[in-house]
Design a protein around this ligand. Sequence first.
Ligand code: PMP
Length: 419
Amino acid sequence: DQTVDDSVFTTHESEVRSYCRSWPTVFTRARGSYITDQSGREYLDFFAGAGSLNYGHNNPVLKSALLEYIENDGITHGLDMATVAKGKFLEAFHGKILSPRGLDYKVQFPGPTGTNAVESALKLARKVTGRESIISFTNAFHGMTLGSLSVTGNSMKRAGAGIPLVHATPMPFDNYMGGVVEDFSWFERVLDDSGSGLNRPAAVIVETVQGEGGVNVARAEWLRALEELCRRRDILLIVDDVQMGCGRTGKFFSFEEAGIKPDIVTLSKSISGYGLPFALMLMRPELDVWSPGEHNGTFRGNNPAFVTATKTIEHYWSDDALEKDTYAKGDRIAKVFGDISDRFDGVSHRGRGMVQGLVFEDSTAAGKVCAEAFEAGLLAETSGPSDEVVKLLPPLTISTDDLDRGLTILTESTEKVIG
Ligand code: PMP
C-alpha cells in the first residue's frame, strides 16, 4: 500500500509545517514539471521545490548519472574526505562555470543547506575583517538559523527565535522608498555616523532579486553603486545567490548581468540539480583564512549531489542555450502578467528571467489566487512581507506548452478572485 491517511501529519508533525497548508494533499511522485498526489492527480509545479529544481523533478539525464553512481557503490556520505566525485565537481565548477566568467573563487562546502552557506559567509567576513556588524536590506531573506535570521528583514520570522533578536536597522533595498530617498546618500550617512553602530561593518549581504521578500529586483546600476561603495569603504560584498543563482535569472550567477564581482557568494537550492541538500560558499582566494576544521560539520560534501551537480554543469552549462531559453520563457511569463496587470486595477508585476511576481494591492488576493490555482491543478506560492505576491519559479526546463497551460490557469484564477 503506497498511500497514507493524511491525519498522520496533523497528529504527529509539528505545527510549524507550512507548505502542506497551501497544498492540502499528500504527494507521491514527480517528473519534469509535474508532481502527483496519492489519489493520482497531477499538478503542474510552478514552485519547483522553492527553486531547488531548476532542471525539473527527476530529470532523466541527472537520474541516470545518480543511478549509475549508486549502482557502482559510489560513496554516499563521506564527511569532507577527498573523493573522486568531489574532485570531478571541483574541476567542472572551476573549468566550466568560474573560469569562463573570469571569476576566481575558492569553494567551501559549508553544510547541507542555504542557511549554512550564509552562516559561513557571515562568520568568514567577521573573521577576515575583525569587525562585527553586517549590513542587510529591507525585506531580505537569508535563512532560519540565528546568524542568517539576524540579517533577515522579516520580524515574524525573527520572532521565531523566541525573543526579538538584536537586529541592526536594515538599509533600504533598491526602490524601497519609491525614489523618495536616495538610498546611497542615506547609506553613506549611516556609515559616517559613529552612533549608528553600522559605521564599521564587516560586510554587506544582498540578494540581486529578493525572492522571499516579494520578487524585488535590484537594478544593475544600483548593484554597481553598492559594489563601488563597498570597495571604497573596504567592506566585503556578499551576494546571497541561494535562490537566484544556478540560472534562475538567466545567467548562471544572478549578479553577472550587472558586471559585479562579489567577494563572497552563497549558492544552494538548485546547485545539486536534483533537489539534494547541497550548498557552496565561494570566496576570493585571499579571503580563505579559515584554520583547518574551523567551520566543519557532519553533512558537508554530499557525494551523490556532487555527481548530479557535475552532470548539470556538463549538460546545461557548456553553452548558452539554457540561458537564452530562460530569458525567452521569462518574457513569456512577463507578457501574460502584463496583460493581467492591464486588465485589473491594483495588480502589477515584476521579475527577471524565470522568477516573476504578480503583485496584488489587496494582499489577501494573492493567497486566494494560489488556492484557486491549486484547485485547478497548479502549484504556485505567495511571497512578500504581506504575502501579496504570487511568485513563479517554474523549472527552467519546462516546455512552453506547460508554461502556457499554467499561465492560463493563473489568469483564470485571478479572474475568479478579483474579476
Ligand atoms: N538565502 C536565500 C536568498 C533564500 O531564498 C533562502 C531560502 N529560501 C535561504 C538563503 C535559506 O536557504 P535554506 O532554506 O536552504 O536554508
